[in-house]
Design a protein. Sequence first.
Length: 86
Amino acid sequence: MACQLGRSRNCLMTSSFSFKPAIEFAISQEKIKHEDEVDLSKSSVGIDSVVLRNADGVVIASIYKRILKEIEDSKSLEEGDQAVES
């Protein structure tokens, strides 16, 4: 993924960040229909949010990382509950 001038901080963060949870959330909220609508080379990760952009560079979803973390935590809890019930 190429870094754009002025986005060096964001680029460092995107190299270790998976856009998959953000894309799944955007699909669940009907912001996009399919992951192919997202251009990862134009999308970015900031300190507190993930910005998904299309091929034209237009923002199609901006998601707080806190929301993604809460979703991840609730999935972990659900999986833990199911393991205990088994």
